[in-house]
Write a protein that binds this ligand. Structure first.
Ligand code: C5P
Length: 333
């Protein structure tokens, strides 16, 4: 049995170009890995009497946790599916196990703290953690570069969840270069975020479609200036990151969901240095000057009781990428 975890992400910079023949858009993006993580426990399954970890059929059990500010996540839903009855295309952790050749003989427990369909790469983090856990279970045959290659075939954000830290993503956002490594614990160089999670998800393809309809120019390859990259590599305190934030998908996301603008304005009113839609949304992320500020602002936004807001969480980054864990966190069931 092996346990691995992988981070969520926020795109500090997201520049979008034209779609290629496959429908994917060229991206130039900078990911910051955030402290909300997914945990995947992988075990080998076999028949009674075998020496494998557990008896039964290959299946996945998914636990979904709610964020609670200042204390531990709380279980809100749970379901078990056998691999046979699953639409594996829908479950990236299952696809990850299958891509490593272990689809027929592993059981996965997936503990989710990242909002589903929230623009924070929850599904991709499941895949990244499953790749690392199952690879270890199979004897660690693949190196990180090989896992990246497999991850890329599963989803555009999987490589970012694998590497973590602060990373530049080109191509579909999946060709990675790490700008700064992530830390296991927050320090004075960490950014603190207030994450406003929505009651409803927002589909990534629909946001890209709306982007295509709204954009006038036939955009070339998107780019990030060398100066901005230099600033980001150096950026320690949140202060210096605030001026660089940009998300070219935001107008499309806000066009589909005007309530995201209302959330952003609430964050600004309560004192965030800057706010942005996370990836394709609908999570809205506000940058705070410290942990204390983030907690204060989160409480203030939550107290407004905005109709589309499910919960308000606090997270920090950049944190480490997908990694083996010795145990599950104490709050998991
Ligand atoms: O790769 P992933 O499954 O995360 O992408 C979901 C959808 O988002 C794609 O099917 C595509 O419609 C859109 N997308 C895109 N360009 C990208 C990444 C995603 O158009 N670079």
């Amino acid at each position: 049995m092996t346990i691995a975890s992988a981070p969520s992400k926020v795109n500090l910079i997201l520049r979008v170009g034209a779609a290629d023949s496959s429908g994917y858009h060229g991206l130039a993006t900078v990911f910051q890995a955030l402290s909300l993580r997914e945990y995947v426990e992988a075990s080998m399954v076999g028949a009674a009497g075998s020496s494998l970890d557990r008896i039964g059929t290959p299946s996945v059990r998914t636990y979904i946790y709610e964020q609670t500010r200042g204390s531990h996540p709380r279980l809100s839903a749970q379901r078990t599916e056998s691999f046979a009855e699953l639409d594996s295309a829908e479950h990236l952790a299952v696809r990850a196990a299958a891509a490593l050749g272990a689809g027929g003989n592993v059981h996965l427990d997936v503990h989710k703290t990242i909002p589903v369909a929230g623009g924070m790469a929850g599904g991709s983090a499941d895949a990244a953690a499953a790749l690392v856990a199952v690879n270890d279970l199979l004897g660690g045959r693949r190196n990180l570069a090989e896992l990246q290659e497999i991850g890329r075939s599963l989803g555009a954000d999987v490589p970012a969840c694998l590497v973590g830290g602060l990373a530049l993503g080109l191509g579909r956002g999946d060709q990675m270069e790490v700008l700064r490594g992530g830390t296991t614990h927050p320090n004075e160089d960490s950014s603190w975020w207030v994450l406003v999670l929505s009651k409803r998800g927002l589909s990534t393809p629909s946001v890209f479609n709306r982007f295509d309809k709204m954009s006038q120019q036939s955009a070339g390859a998107p780019a990030i200036s060398a100066m901005d990259l230099l600033d980001l590599r150096r950026a320690g305190a949140s202060q210096s990151v605030a001026g660089l934030l940009v998300n070219e998908l935001a107008p499309a996301a806000i066009d589909l969901r005007p309530d995201l603008q209302v959330v952003g304005e609430s964050l600004r009113r309560h004192g965030t240095q800057a706010w942005l839609v996370s990836g394709s949304g609908p999570t809205v992320a506000g940058l705070a000057s410290s942990q204390e500020e983030a907690l204060r602002i989160a409480a203030a936004v939550e107290a407004e009781d905005l109709p589309e807001v499910r919960e308000v969480a606090v997270a920090w980054g950049p944190t480490q990428g997908a990694t083996i864990e010795s145990r599950l966190p104490s709050w998991t069931v």
